[in-house]
Design a protein around this ligand. Structure first.
Ligand SMILES: *Cc1c(COP(=O)(O)O)cnc(C)c1O
Length: 964
């Protein structure tokens, strides 16, 4: 071998990560280009991305860093955070995430890289986890039904308000009551929502609900400040007067407190954060949403339900998807799409691991320590604002300044109210020793109190802070799942058993058009569980979060450069929430220049369902713009409609490249037409993966875009969340993005309400996107985009002789995804896109996106991270499936008895002694050499959606149902 004489700089391997992130190597690229008759990636880009929007320079970012360097830099940033002991409470509490769950779920790509369970046969594991979560929520809240998570407690409360208005047909009032002891960040978010729904808010002491003329009410349990009061009389009276009631409840308190369902609540919401999920400077955490049976058809978000498969065995799937935005568009119950599946699973597993007794011990201990704290303070003459409590005490008439000084010495964060009150919230990490320190801080060191002395007295006097009427009497978590996995060995095996039922990126490519299932690199994931990021309360003082702030500022600066916008708002927790935040910013801006009447939103017919649903949430009137036969926005129709609505045009929402997988040539013109008529341009950034480094929405006419950091910027999908949907805005919109009542944001108008509970949304997962950009640098990011486009064109090329590719650009190329049309095959063979989707499971693959944006099609997005090897394996499977369809077309197999309509094949099929099908068992379950070498078994046969929706069951089925 020749002596290696490269320069030191070249040997430093700064861009080694670029090659790890991207699937195809140089040789593959050459082969793939050749198959497209192209000589270079530049040629491909020139033929694909319109010249008038192409960047003529490289992004201005730092050079790429190695994985080690990026982690090292991030560690230094993390160390600039100071992890103080937090007693702030206010909806966020420290918690012990059981290590068996941390390592095997949170830090395990088998769990975090899975997709939303739209293909239930290969998702039974996480569906069971989510069903556990729902059961836990139903048990603790005492409600009939719960969904599988929302983004945070504050948005869940806002959704509850909207549900009250939808469901309460009798009430004439447009006023919503909010008790004045609801958490301030919740009030902030609900206020924003109410303003754009056209509701008025009445914020008042809870007693005033008794004679308020309102359609619904939101109460907090225990109240902000810690009070536990019996709300049953109030809730009963409200019900009698036709007022619907929502209770925002602390999940840990419900272990000891009477469940809101028993008090008469219609809706119960809250955060499951303190069930094992780190505070993470605000998120991600799973909110819960539970209702009475009456409201089941209009619950927002995803609900997991029990159905059966073709063998009649119980099988889980997402229920009632007909309610969702994909189908109902602007009439949908909510715009929520990505939620918090991974975090809901973690909270559910926390309950599985501890069971009812474990939770009683934990909650009992928190409550006892709080009671001892109260007794000690009473003994020393400190006045408490309330004579009841679960885990929070509010001290009045104290010297807050002195307490603050002592707290800082002990690195302790307390909550300081304006006016001088101080509050202390305990959690499961609080120890008796901590209590000693708390006495020192609150009373000064000469207090002479002894925790064990207080404990003796508490027992002798049967002291508790929970009023008799508020004590829980009912059992909870009685299902065997919450009793069986108490030893770590059992738990580990349960988690692994569920994981093994699911297909994730650890098995195969997940070619989901529009969802960009790319690599979630291990180095990107490592920092999220560092205590310096995980252990920070979202309302910690500014001087303790310097590292977070710098990381967020740096990420925002990267995204400004990547998008061409002037400012990034890091608050929205998902793409759909970004849409909402962006549209709210538009409405605020227009109101500020005297154009608040503008309320028409143009949306192309191909748009993602969240677009019209979000527009409806800000009371915009949706006007649909048609697409031409090439899938492009019909310019003539756009002109016509922009003109017709010129006086009232507020905005257009477009997706670029389009959801049809094409870079439309006319995008500049589209933006200009809308601007000419006084409208703003919202560019849905879900397809940013085709733009990064090649073009920027801020340059070609966008005023605002959301970015799905969980698509383009490597945050894993988590089986349906977490996500982050920050928005980029032009300067004129920057003052109108969301602010935050507890932690105000510089440069944003003070009267702009929040859209999320925390100022920076799910801050804990931002290091993932930061690390991705840092390790790729400008050239790596551009390369990734080019390869994403190359991979998609290679797929289109390989498949086009077998399946028609529906839309292409002017030069015959597609963008980063392609749609294949199954409708002609369906007419010739009777085989549907769903049959193909299920058959792909037999070949070891997850299906592409089904029937979006065009019914009867499949949309394939390979992303840059997939190698040519894997893409070929996928295309080979698709081609083999086409051969199978040909057999049906030729009549060799009956249309109702063939490997496609029978797919997926399970072990039960193979063992079936009565197998009489016209094809072999081997062809059924082992149709390719790849699956013979490594088989992924679907856990159930094809799931019957309709059956489960007719008889909705959203709780854990009794074990009997699993018996024959
Ligand atoms: C994914 C997606 C959204 C919604 O994003 P969420 O993060 O799921 O809320 C919106 N538009 C398009 C085109 C998308 O693909």
């Amino acid at each position: 071998m020749a002596f290696d004489n490269r320069r030191l700089a070249d040997l430093a391997a700064h861009d080694a990560f670029i090659q790890r992130h991207n699937g195809p190597g140089d040789e593959d690229v050459a082969t793939m280009l050749a198959s497209l008759d192209m000589d270079s990636l530049d040629t491909l880009v020139q033929r694909t991305v319109p010249a008038d929007i192409r960047m003529d320079r490289e992004l201005n970012l730092d050079p790429p860093r190695s994985e080690a360097e990026a982690l090292d830099y991030l560690k230094r940033l993390a160390r600039q955070n100071r992890v103080a002991k937090s007693y702030i409470g206010q909806g966020y509490h420290d918690t012990h995430l059981p290590q068996v769950i941390q390592r095997n779920v949170l830090e395990n790509p088998g769990w975090y890289t899975a997709y939303t369970p739209y293909q239930p046969e290969i998702a039974q594991g996480r569906l069971e986890g989510l069903l556990n979560f729902q059961q836990m929520v139903m048990d603790l809240t005492g409600m009939d039904l719960a969904n599988a998570s929302l983004l945070d407690e504050a948005t869940a409360a806002a959704e509850a308000m909207a549900l009250c208005r939808r469901a309460n047909k009798k009430a004439k009032s447009d006023v919503f009551f909010i008790a004045d002891n609801v958490l301030p960040q919740t009030l902030d978010v609900v206020r924003t929502r109410a303003a754009y729904f056209g509701f008025e808010l009445l914020v008042a002491p809870v007693e005033e609900l008794a004679d308020a003329d309102v359609f619904g009410a939101l109460l907090q349990y225990p109240g902000d400040g810690g009070q536990v009061r019996d709300m049953a009389p109030l809730l009963e009276a409200a019900k009698d007067r036709g007022v619907m009631t929502c209770v925002a409840a602390d999940i840990m308190s419900l272990v000891l407190l009477k469940e809101p369902g028993a008090l008469g609540a219609d809706i119960v919401v809250g955060s499951s954060q303190r069930f094992g999920v780190p505070m993470g400077y605000g998120g991600p955490h799973a909110a819960f949403f539970a209702t009475t049976d009456k409201l089941k058809r209009s619950i927002p978000g995803r609900i997991i339900g029990v159905s059966r498969d073709t063998r009649g065995n119980p099988a889980l799937r997402m229920a009632m998807q007909t309610r969702e935005q994909h189908i109902r568009r602007e009439k949908a119950t909510s715009n929520i799409c990505t939620a918090q599946a991974l975090l809901a699973n973690i909270a559910g597993f926390y309950a599985v691991y501890h069971g009812a007794e474990g939770l009683r011990t934990i909650a009992g201990r928190i409550h006892r320590l709080t009671t001892l704290l109260a007794m000690g303070l009473e003994e020393k003459g400190v006045a408490l604002a309330h004579d009841s409590w679960f885990d929070t005490l509010r001290l009045t008439g104290v010297d807050a300044g002195k307490i603050h000084g002592r707290a800082m010495t002990h690195e302790i964060n307390l909550r300081y109210f304006p006016g001088g009150d101080v509050a202390v919230s305990l959690d499961e990490t609080t120890t008796a020793h901590d209590l000693d320190t708390l006495f020192d801080v609150l009373l000064g060191e000469e207090h002479g109190l002894s925790v064990s002395g207080l404990d003796e007295r508490a027992i002798a006097e049967s002291r508790t802070g929970i009023p008799a009427a508020c004590r829980r009497e009912s059992a909870f978590l009685t299902h065997p799942t919450f009793q069986r996995y108490r030893s770590e060995t059992e738990m580990l095996r349960y988690l692994k058993r569920l994981e093994n039922k699911d297909l994730s990126l650890t098995h195969a490519m997940i070619p989901l058009g529009s969802c960009t299932m790319k690599l979630n690199a291990t180095s990107e994931m490592v920092p999220i569980t560092w205590p310096e990021f995980a252990g920070i309360h979202p309302f910690a003082p500014r001087d303790q979060v310097a590292g977070y702030r710098q990381m967020i500022d740096e990420l925002a600066a990267f995204l400004v450069e990547i998008t061409g916008y002037d400012h990034i708002s890091m608050q929205p927790n998902s793409g759909a929430q970004g849409e909402y935040a962006g549209l709210v910013a538009i409405r605020r801006y227009q109101a500020s220049v005297g154009e608040g009447h503008r309320d028409v939103c143009l949306i192309p017919s191909s748009a993602h369902g969240t677009n019209p649903a979000s527009a409806a949430m800000v009371q915009m009137k949706v006007v649909v713009v048609e697409c031409d036969t090439f899938g492009n926005i019909d310019l003539a129709d756009l002109r016509r409609k922009a003109e017709a609505h010129s006086a009232n045009l507020s905005a257009i929402m477009i997706t670029y490249p389009s959801t049809h997988g094409v870079f439309e040539q006319s995008v500049r013109e589209v933006c200009e037409i809308v601007h000419q008529h006084g409208g703003q341009v919202y560019v849905d950034g879900a397809n940013m993966n085709a733009q990064v480094g090649l073009t920027r929405p801020g340059d070609f006419g966008g005023d605002v875009s959301h970015l799905n950091l969980h698509k383009t910027f490597c945050i894993p999908h988590g089986g349906g969340g977490p996500g982050m949907g920050p928005i980029g805005v032009k300067a004129h919109l920057a003052p109108f993005v969301s602010n935050h009542v507890v932690t105000p944001i510089d440069g944003v108008n003070a009267d702009c309400g929040a859209v999320s509970a925390a100022a920076f949304g799910s801050a804990a997962i931002l290091p993932i996107s930061w690390a991705y950009i840092k390790m790729m640098g400008a050239k790596g990011l551009r390369r990734a985009t080019e390869l994403a486009i190359l991979n998609a064109n290679y797929v289109a090329k390989r498949l086009e002789d077998h399946y028609p590719v529906l839309y292409k650009g002017v030069n015959g190329t597609v963008a980063h995804e392609c749609i294949i049309d199954i409708r002609p095959l369906k007419s010739s063979s009777g085989i549907s896109e769903e049959d193909i989707a299920k058959r792909l499971m037999d070949y070891g693959f997850h299906a592409p996106t089904m029937s979006f944006p065009v019914p009867g099609t499949l949309m394939i997005e390979p992303t840059e991270s997939e190698s040519r090897y894997e893409i070929d394996r996928f295309c080979d499977a698709m081609i083999a499936i086409r051969e199978e369809i040909a057999n049906v077309e030729r009549g060799e197999w009956p249309v109702d008895d063939n490997p496609l309509t029978r797919a997926p094949h399970t072990m039960a099929d193979l063992m079936d002694a009565a197998w009489k099908r016209p094809y072999s068992r081997e062809l059924g379950a082992f149709p390719s050499p790849a699956v013979k070498a490594a088989k992924i078994w679907p856990a159930v046969n094809r799931v019957d959606n309709v059956f489960g929706d007719r008889q909705l069951i959203c709780s854990c089925p009794s074990i009997d149902e699993y018996r024959d």
